[in-house]
Design a binder for this molecule. Sequence first.
Ligand code: CO
Length: 195
Amino acid sequence: VMNLYSLGFIFRLTLKNSPTKAFHPLFMIRQITQYGHPILRQRCREVVVNDEILELVADMLETMIDANGIGLAAPQVGEDIRLVVIDVSHDPECVSYLRVNGDDVDMKSIMPLIFINPELEFGQAKEFGMEGCLSIRGIRAEVRRPEEVRASLPQLDGSMMILETDGLLARALQHEIDHLNGVLFVDRLPAVAKV
Ligand code: CO
C-alpha cells in the first residue's frame, strides 16, 4: 500500500537511480502522448489526492527522467487531471531568485517540484526563451512569456506552496500549467513562425 511516506522513499530511489535508469518494479515509464492526441487539447480536471495519484506521480517522475525532460504534465501521460512534475535542479543558476512562502530557498530543497490544481500570477515584463515539449518531438522555438511568476502550488500532503521565481523555472511552470488547459507552446508562437 502506498502512502505519503512510501512515496517520499520512492522519490529518493528514483533520483538515486536516475543516472543509470535502473529498472525498478514499482515504477512504470509511461508512453508520452504526442501532438494530435485529443487529451493534449482538453481542460484537465481538478485532482483529489489518493493512492492512485501517488503511483501516477512516481510514474511521471520516472517517465520525465527517462525522457530527459524538465517537466511533465499529467495529460502527457494520458491522464486529464491537474497534476504536474518539474525538475530544473540540473541548473541551479537558471533563476535569479527563488522564494517559497516568502523565504529564499535552495533550489535542490524543493526539487522535484510536484503539485496539483495550480494557480499562476504573472509579472509585467516579458522575455523570449527557448522551449521544446516531450509531446512535440523535433520542434524547439523561442516563446515570449512573462519573466516572473507567483505560483500557488497545492502539495500532495495538503499544504500550500507559494513559489515566486523567474528564469527557466518560471517558464517551465507556465509551459506545464498551459498543458493543464489544453495549450501547447506552439500556440504561443507568432503566426509567421508556425509550421
Ligand atoms: Co510540454
